[in-house]
Design a protein around this ligand. Structure first.
Ligand SMILES: [Zn+2]
Length: 372
């Protein structure tokens, strides 16, 4: 096991929840301090407040990973006699960096919404509102027969040829290649100014556009020709679909009142607010962590019987009632599920990478509401 620095640690985190997944206008990434230092302990929290900063200090954490960005609305000053300035001053004086993973962590596979969907006992989980996807590319390359296996293997290692749950997918067909090298060429096969006919294979593979450079590098490094011939075509098919919220089915139908009890227990909250007929049966469930007021119609269109989301406004609740969509509001604080989820995921990643870093899930509730 070896020590690591903040940049390396966050690059591993962003492999899971890249900043590019965040919705437009969101504030994600490093917000306070620097990642250019050794990190041995990380506190994972939903919110950064004076209590969680104190917890980070007590535990000797050099980094906080938070879901809610502490700097969110445009900061106009940094006065150390006002709450936000006091918080930032305390973090800087104690050399604690803060990294925010907000909507990118909501959207990431295995992120906040998947954690909630799993806790809510959903099966056949799908994305509620797609926000991101990648186009596929197709590479067709012509290789002399003796090099086909080497080139195909290099493309495979670079990540090309993955289709759904199938890896190393490719198609190879045989044919004849013709070329005439010029005086200035340095041909692998053939002589200057003589037409050459070579038995060649055509290898075809697909890959997401994000790994284009890696695939091309693998091709050009492993192909024996001075000027390999290849076609690169952008396809209409999309892969790596990601999005906000999840929708799935309960293993069996439940009465809404019964399911509200399940939600309370599973999300560990003392109460929920419910919109809809408490005696109706529900099975298809949509969930969106945090504030899902904008997604009432999306949940209805997706066929949800009930939508689980927080911060429900009075008039949005009336709208939901009017369109016949039941809603269970367990509060915004249920997103605290990310504390354990992120700590567990990153602990596993660090073990795999032989890194000596401890992830601590904050024990402090940052829910401002009390039930009396
Ligand atoms: Zn939130």
């Amino acid at each position: 096991m070896k020590e690591t620095n903040g940049q390396h640690l966050i690059s591993l985190f962003e492999h899971w929840a890249p900043k590019s997944l965040a919705v437009d206008g969101d504030t994600v990434g490093l917000q306070i301090g620097t990642l250019n230092k050794t990190i041995t302990k990380v506190l994972v929290t939903l919110d950064v407040n004076l209590d969680t900063v104190e917890e980070a200090i007590k535990n000797g954490c050099e980094l906080i990973i938070a879901h809610h960005p502490p700097i969110y609305r445009g900061m106009k000053n940094m006065r150390t006699d006002l709450p936000q300035g006091i918080l930032i001053e305390k973090l800087i004086k104690n050399d604690i960096a803060v990294y925010a993973a907000h909507t990118n962590l909501d959207i990431a596979t295995g992120g906040v919404n998947d954690l909630l969907a799993n806790a809510l006992q959903l099966e056949n989980i799908e994305i509620l509102e797609q926000t991101n996807s990648e186009q596929l590319m197709k590479l067709a390359v012509f290789t002399p027969k003796e090099s086909t296996n080497v080139v195909r293997a290099a493309l495979d290692i670079a990540g090309a040829g993955q289709i759904g749950e199938y890896q190393s997918c490719s198609f190879t067909s045989a044919g004849e290649g013709r070329f005439k090298p010029s005086d200035l060429a340095n041909p692998y096969i053939g002589q200057a100014n003589e037409l050459e006919v070579v038995e060649e294979d055509k290898i075809e593979v697909v890959f997401p556009v994000s790994i284009k450079n890696k695939v091309l590098k693998a091709l050009l490094t492993n192909h024996p020709y001075e000027e390999p011939a290849y076609d690169l075509i952008l396809l209409e098919s999309e892969v790596n679909k990601k999005g906000l919220g999840r929708i799935g089915k309960l293993p069996k139908k439940l009465i809404l009142a019964e399911y509200a009890e399940v939600v309370k227990k599973q999300l560990n909250v003392p109460f929920v607010r419910v919109v809809g007929d408490l005696t109706q049966e529900v099975q298809k469930v949509a969930v969106l962590g945090g504030d899902g007021n904008k997604y009432i119609q999306t949940a209805k269109r997706a066929g949800a019987d009930v939508f689980i989301t927080g911060d429900l406004y009075f008039h949005v609740a009336q709208d939901a009632e009017a369109i016949g969509l039941s809603v269970i509001d367990p509060g915004h604080h249920v997103e605290q599920i990310m504390k354990h989820g992120v700590a567990e995921y990153m602990t596993e990643v660090c073990i795999q990478n032989n890194l000596l870093v401890e992830f601590i899930s904050s024990k402090i509730s940052t829910d401002p509401f009390q039930l009396i």
